[in-house]
Design a protein around this ligand. Structure first.
Ligand code: PMP
Ligand code: GLU
Length: 396
C-alpha cells in the first residue's frame, strides 16, 4: 500500500513510546519505575467522577456541539476571568479531545506549506511533528544558553517574512523553566511588531513552585490579544489525562476555523468527559491545591537527589513536573562494556538494566539530555533515583 511522505516522515511520539514500553515491562512483572510520560499519578477529582456518572445516567451520551457543551465553555471563561482577569465569550472557546489536537487544529488553521513556526528548544515532542504534518517549517531556537528561557535577540533573529506563529510553552515541558515577566513580554511584543500569532501553551500553569510565578502573556502585553491562541486543559492540573479534554481560547475569527476543522476530525470531544471536566472546573479547586502541594514536595525531593548524581548537570526546574539533565559528559563512555553512544542509548541501557524509564532529550530536539517526569510517589522517586545513581556510578 502506498504510504504518504507525510506519514513516513513522522517520528512517533517518544513520550508515549517510552511509557508504553515501561507499561509492557511492568506487565511482564519487572519492577519498573516510570519517569516516562508526563502524567499525574493522582486519581481524577471526585467532582469530575460524580459529574461523569450523572451525565451518563442522565443520557448525556450523544454528540454535543462541535466546540463543546455551553456549560463547559462558560466554565472555561469563568476560570480565565477569575484566574487572569481575562474576558472571553463562550463562543470564542473550543473544547477539544485534549490540548494536543487543539494545537494541531490551530497549526492547521494558521500555516500554509512552507510557512514558518518558531519553536523554542528543548520543546515538547509533538510541536515539530504537527508543524511538519501541515508542510510547515519549524524554526528551532535553542534556549539552553539562558537557563531555557528564550533570549529575545535569538527569537528576533529567527523571524522571517514567512514566520506565521511562535509557540510559547511556560511552564515548560521538558525543562521545567518558568518564563520571567520581561522575557515573556518581549517575545509577545516581537510577535505584535512582526505580525506573528502566539500559540500560548500554558497547560502547566497551575504547577509552579517556590517563589516562581506563572505569567499569562495577555496580562503582560494586552495588545497581543487579537493574535494569541491560548491552549490549556484539564490533563495536568486536574490529573485527568485519560479523559482527553483541552480548551483553546482566542479571537472569534480564528476560533471559528478551529471549530470547523475539529468538525471534520473528532466532531466534539467526548460528551461524558466534557461533563467530568465541568465538575473539575466548578468544584475541584481544593484538589488542585492539594496536588500542587504534593508536586512541590516531590520537586524539592528530586532536586535534592539530582544534586548527588555523578557525571550529569542540571538546571533546577521551577514548574511543571520535569527535571531536565545533561548527559553529554557520559557519551562515548560505557556501562558494563556497552558504549553509551547517545542519549537514546543512555535511556535504553538504563531501562533494560535498572528498569527506570526516562525520555531521551533527542525527542525534544535537544540530544545529549534526558527528561525525568517526577509525577510519581515520593517512594518511587527515591527508589528510581537510587537506581539512576547506581547506574551512573557504574559507568566507566
Ligand atoms: N502541551 C504540552 C506542553 C504538554 O506537555 C502536553 C502533554 N500532554 C500537551 C500539550 C497535551 O496535553 P493533552 O493531554 O491535553 O493533550
Ligand atoms: N505531554 C506528556 C509528556 O510530555 C504526555 C505524553 C504526550 O502527550 O506527549 O510526556
Amino acid at each position: 500500500m502506498h504510504v504518504s511522505a507525510r506519514a513516513r516522515n513522522m517520528e512517533p511520539s517518544a513520550t508515549l513510546a517510552v511509557s508504553a514500553k515501561a507499561k509492557s515491562l511492568k506487565r511482564e512483572g519487572k519492577p519498573v519505575v516510570s519517569f516516562g510520560a508526563g502524567e499525574p499519578d493522582f486519581n481524577s477529582p471526585p467532582s469530575a467522577i460524580r459529574y461523569a456518572e450523572e451525565a451518563m445516567r442522565g443520557g448525556q451520551t450523544h454528540y454535543t456541539p462541535g466546540a463543546g457543551i455551553p456549560e463547559l465553555r462558560e466554565a472555561v471563561c469563568a476560570y480565565y476571568k477569575d484566574r487572569f482577569g481575562l474576558e472571553y465569550k463562550p463562543a470564542d472557546v473550543v473544547i477539544g479531545a485534549g490540548a494536543k489536537p487543539l494545537l494541531y487544529e490551530a497549526l492547521g488553521c494558521l500555516i500554509d506549506p512552507g510557512d514558518e513556526v518558531i519553536v523554542f528548544t528543548p520543546a515538547w515532542v509533538s510541536y515539530v511533528e504537527q508543524i511538519r504534518f501541515f508542510d510547515g517549517k519549524a524554526v528551532l531556537v535553542d534556549t539552553s544558553n539562558n537557563s531555557f528561557i528564550p533570549r529575545i535577540e535569538d527569537a528576533r533573529r529567527a523571524v522571517t517574512n514567512r514566520t506565521r506563529a511562535m509557540i510559547i510553552n511556560t511552564p515548560n515541558n521538558p525543562t521545567g523553566a518558568v518564563y520571567d515577566r520581561d522575557s515573556l513580554a518581549s517575545l509577545a511584543k516581537l510577535a505584535v511588531e512582526r505580525d506573528i500569532t502566539i500559540l500560548f501553551d500554558e497547560i502547566y500553569e497551575r504547577l509552579v513552585y517556590g517563589d516562581s510565578v506563572h505569567h499569562q502573556v495577555l496580562n503582560l502585553v494586552p495588545e497581543a490579544r487579537d493574535r494569541t491562541i491560548i491552549i490549556n486543559g484539564v490533563s495536568k492540573a486536574f490529573a485527568m489525562t485519560g479523559w482527553r479534554i483541552g480548551y483553546a481560547l482566542g479571537p472569534s475569527g480564528i476560533m471559528g476555523y478551529l471549530n470547523d476543522l475539529q468538525g471534520h476530525i473528532t466532531s466534539n470531544a467526548c460528551s461524558v468527559a466534557q461533563w467530568a471536566s465541568l465538575g473539575a472546573l466548578r468544584e475541584a479547586e481544593a484538589d488542585v491545591v492539594a496536588m500542587h502541594g504534593a508536586f512541590s514536595r516531590r520537586r524539592d525531593l528530586i532536586v535534592d537527589l539530582m544534586r548527588e548524581m555523578p557525571g550529569v548537570t542540571f538546571t533546577e526546574p521551577n514548574g511543571a513536573f520535569y527535571v531536565w539533565f545533561n548527559v553529554e559528559g557520559l557519551i562515548g563512555r560505557s556501562w558494563r562494556g556497552e558504549i553509551i553512544v547517545d542519549d537514546a542509548a543512555f535511556c535504553r541501557i538504563l531501562l533494560d538494566s535498572k528498569y527506570v524509564a526516562l525520555v531521551p532529550g533527542s525527542a525534544f530536539m535537544a540530544g545529549g539530555n534526558v527528561r525525568v517526569s517526577y509525577a510519581n510517589s515520593e517512594e518511587e522517586i527515591r527508589e528510581g533515583m537510587r537506581r539512576l545513581r547506581e547506574f551512573l556510578e557504574e559507568i566507566d
